[in-house]
Design a protein around this ligand. Structure first.
Ligand code: HEC
Length: 141
């Protein structure tokens, strides 16, 4: 005769379920780890890219902009700005700040020289090469 739902059965479900999900999460972690190198393979981390990242960090661009969605929402996303505007526009834009255009948010002038601008563009080019699985969904994102 059935004794109904016993504490032994409950324990087995608990241990079995725990083991199942631990293994599932381990498999998912392993799968993600396998994919990361391919997705972040945005080209070689040249010294120029590294210098550009340093400029990006020390000038606190992220205090106004987002990069791949992370950062502040005061100014446009820049993860894809290389594709959207191209290197010449980016350099000319940074040199021409602030625009003083009425009613528009302003970006400061960082007094960067041509070499620093080239490095910054290299960093933005590298970032643009990261496989974000088509994010942002529109190029102005
Ligand atoms: C104080 C806030 C602020 C900081 C800091 C800042 N920006 Fe900006 N940036 C803006 C704003 C606001 C705009 C958009 C202005 C407009 O459209 O009139 C902009 C626009 C841009 C654009 C053009 C984007 C496009 O889609 O046309 C680029 C490129 C850019 N910024 C790069 C940088 C870089 C690189 C840094 C760091 C060195 C930086 N910004 C730091 C406020 C900032």
């Amino acid at each position: 005769m059935s004794r109904g739902f016993t504490s032994q059965m409950a324990r087995n479900i608990f241990y079995g379920g725990t083991l199942f999900f631990v293994l599932l999460f381990a498999a998912l972690i392993f799968d993600t780890e396998q994919r990361i190198p391919k997705r972040s393979n945005a080209g070689e981390l040249t010294p120029a890219v590294v210098r550009g990242k340093h400029i990006w960090e020390t000038r606190n661009c992220i205090g106004c902009h987002t990069l791949l969605g992370e950062g502040a929402y005061f100014a446009p996303e820049l993860g894809n700005v290389y594709k959207r505007r191209g290197p010449d526009f980016i350099k000319a834009w940074i040199k021409a700040q602030p625009t003083g255009a009425p009613g528009r948010r302003q970006m400061p002038n960082f007094q960067l020289d041509d070499k620093q601008l080239d490095d910054l563009v290299e960093f933005l080019r590298w970032t643009n090469g990261i496989d974000t699985e088509k994010w942002p969904p529109n190029v102005e994102g």
